[in-house]
Write a protein that binds this ligand. Structure first.
Ligand SMILES: NC(=O)C1=CN([C@@H]2O[C@H](COP(=O)(O)OP(=O)(O)OC[C@H]3O[C@@H](n4cnc5c(N)ncnc54)[C@H](O)[C@@H]3O)[C@@H](O)[C@H]2O)C=CC1
Ligand SMILES: O=P(O)(O)OC[C@H]1O[C@](O)(CO)[C@@H](O)[C@@H]1O
Length: 379
């Protein structure tokens, strides 16, 4: 079995590549990072260190790599033969790899179906990728691929911080992982992936994950940045931040339980486990990594605005802790993050209302806006 995986970064090597290799695939990574590509080509193996109460080393083998820009024709040939194409490049990079995927699909020599799974932190990631790929195909090509290629939405959950080791391929990960894949679009059999959880309808799972893990993580990072903490672990040790995060997760949890009928006690246990994961003493995760790309994270369907809007829609009240998280995001002025710089520029030119209207599609008369502005004085 052959899998082509775009993005040999933290989640690519530390989660997806490792699971696919364990499942019996030959994994060909595609990346722009010369050093990582070369090391994978030379060695064909790397180490994943699982850091929990104890430390365990996993050796990932049967891997190789191609350079995303310099080895286009090889990538296309591999996609033409692949059983699986996966990505973990970040939502903003999906349009940039779509033409290569389209070229590979055009060359498929086999009737054997290929499943394509975008493993990004977003709702409908694979559907978005399909839209970009389809822009490079004629109607006829799209029709002929209908029975040969399926895009499966998924939710991926494993915390893999930025890190640097003497060995550029080694990656330290937390023990927990969850990869939930939607089966609706599957052609033939579901792909063989050990440890993946296949479900008919992904919506409850992706929302539960995005609006708990990612909502909570984002809020710790923005509040932590404000208080000059460097790591998530340090920020979680601050009693006020801990309280703000758990209150915000109670708010998003109330929406999730109301919308999807998750059992209340089970959902609370899910929250508690996530809070423990944020506090894992064996992981050093910088607040600026978790806070990265604040404009994307301020999107109407992303981890802060969507649960806050839903809360207001469902219960007719403004969620104050989620509003505080959004307020903290708006104060994120880290100069090393291009989106933070752009966001601060927009706020300077158009005010808080202007930025919320532009990036969150939140109109200035929405009661959430007044609460966000009020919360900015409490941070
Ligand atoms: N790190 C984590 O804990 C988790 C990350 N994710 C998601 O996974 C995705 C990737 O995140 P990370 O692995 O953390 O980021 P990362 O920055 O470590 O990895 C992204 C990789 O994509 C590569 N890349 C950039 N442009 C490319 C191109 N044109 N062609 C091929 N490769 C390209 C980069 O060189 C990098 O190696 C994001 O959508 C993130 O939200 C999801 C769950 C957990
Ligand atoms: O990867 P993103 O969407 O920028 O956000 C960072 C978040 O993603 C994760 O890397 C994994 O879910 C978390 O650590 C964090 O909540």
């Amino acid at each position: 079995m052959l899998a082509v995986h775009f993005g040999a970064g933290n989640i690519g090597r530390g989660f997806i590549g490792s699971l696919l290799s364990q499942s019996g695939y030959d994994v060909v990574f595609v990346d722009v990072n010369e050093k990582v590509v070369q090391a994978l080509q030379q060695r064909g193996t790397y180490d994943v260190i699982i850091a929990g109460e104890t430390t365990e080393k996993q050796i990932v083998s049967n891997v190789s790599a191609l350079h995303s820009h310099h080895q286009q024709s090889e990538i296309i040939d591999h996609i033409a033969r692949a059983d699986l194409v996966t990505t973990a490049v970040g939502p903003n990079v999906l349009p940039l790899i779509s033409q290569t995927i389209a070229e590979g699909l055009k060359k498929r020599l086999t009737d054997h179906p290929v499943h394509i799974i975008a493993c990004e932190n977003m709702i409908g990631g694979s559907e978005h990728l399909k839209k970009y790929v389809w822009e490079h195909l004629s109607e006829q090509e799209q029709a002929s691929l209908k029975d040969k290629c399926a895009f499966l939405n998924c939710a991926v959950d494993r915390i893999v911080p930025n890190q640097s080791h003497d060995d550029p391929l080694t990656v330290v990960v937390e023990p927990f992982f969850e990869w939930v894949i939607e089966t609706k679009q599957v052609i033939g059999h579901v792909p063989h992936i050990i440890g993946a959880h296949f479900v008919d309808d992904l919506q409850p799972y992706i929302e539960r994950k995005l609006f708990t893990v990612n909502t909570g993580h984002a809020i710790v990072s923005y509040l932590g940045y404000r208080k000059k903490y460097e790591t998530i672990h340090q920020a979680m040790a601050d009693r006020d931040i801990f309280a703000d995060v758990t209150n915000a997760l109670r708010e998003s949890g109330r929406v999730l339980v109301h919308q999807y009928g998750w059992d209340e006690a089970e959902h609370q246990a899910y929250i508690d486990k996530i809070v423990q994961r944020f506090m894992n003493p064996s992981m050093t995760d910088e607040v600026t990594r978790v806070a990265r790309s604040p404009i994307r994270k301020l999107g109407p369907n992303d981890r802060l605005i969507r649960p806050a809007m839903k809360y207001y829609e469902c219960f007719g009240e403004v969620p104050t802790s989620l509003a505080k998280g959004i307020a903290a995001l708006l104060l994120f002025d880290y100069e090393g993050d291009p989106e933070a710089v752009q966001l601060q520029q927009t706020i300077k030119e158009s005010g808080i209302e202007g930025a919320l209207e532009k990036y969150a599609q939140l109109s200035s008369d929405h009661p959430l806006v007044a609460e966000i502005k009020k919360q900015m004085f409490h941070i």
